[in-house]
Design a protein around this ligand. Structure first.
Ligand SMILES: C[S@@+](CC[C@H](N)C(=O)[O-])C[C@H]1O[C@@H](n2cnc3c(N)ncnc32)[C@H](O)[C@@H]1O
Length: 196
């Protein structure tokens, strides 16, 4: 997967990495910024997503589709599809352009809307990347975990960078007997939970 990333995916990744770096330099407002994961987290996500059992793959928080491109590598390898949710229209427009130019529309379904309104529809979740607003993590977690298959993997971003605002969520997940979990110190800190 990581040795054979198609040229059109690599090119769009490089473009979004530059856009994200520019955003941070210009001091764009938090809402408008892409707030992407760093590349090392992308590689970590590929490995975790490729280790998940069969089932539904979800991503909560698409932004311009940078993390989705990494996940698409795992989906393509396994012959699976990913559904990714983004609530802001302008980000959805960027993400559509990402998926078109990187030619991953065969493995990615993009939904414009608040993911929390859709989560109860998925009853066989085997992988989820949670990267939305921090005050929504706990609500998403409680909706997802009962609907995850045994061995299903949930990864939540910002577990170290935002450990204070995420404390109620992290305490819940790390003490939850329905999952085995730990925080991996890569990128902004990734909480990984495996459904028992
Ligand atoms: C941190 S950014 C995602 C970055 C992206 N995962 C990446 O690494 O390329 C969070 C995104 O989640 C979106 N978002 C926040 N709450 C959401 C929700 N409830 N449903 C869907 N999208 C949401 C925001 O608009 C924002 O674009």
């Amino acid at each position: 997967m990581l040795h054979t990333v198609p040229r059109e995916i690599l090119e769009r990744m490089r473009y979004l990495e530059q856009l994200d770096a520019q955003d941070r330099q210009d001091g764009s407002s938090l809402l408008q910024r892409l707030r992407q994961i760093p590349p090392e987290t992308g590689k970590f996500l590929v490995l975790v997503a490729a280790s998940a059992p069969p089932g539904t793959y979800l991503e909560i928080g698409t932004s311009a589709g940078y993390s989705t491109l990494w996940l698409a590598l795992a989906c393509r390898e396994l012959g699976r599809r990913l559904t990714t949710f983004e609530v802001l229209e302008e980000k959805v427009r960027l993400a559509r352009e990402t998926f078109r130019s990187a030619r991953v529309e065969d493995v990615v379904d993009l939904v414009l809307g608040d993911a929390r309104e859709y989560l109860q529809n998925y009853t066989d979740v085997s992988f989820c990347f949670l990267d939305a607003e921090k005050n929504q993590y706990l609500e998403c977690y409680e909706a997802l975990i009962p609907n995850m298959v045994s061995g299903g993997l949930l990864v939540a971003d910002n577990a170290i960078s935002h450990q204070d605002p995420l404390k109620p969520f992290l305490d819940r997940a790390l003490g939850d007997k329905r999952v085995d979990s730990l925080i991996v110190p890569i990128g902004k800190g990734e909480l990984v939970c495996r459904k028992i």
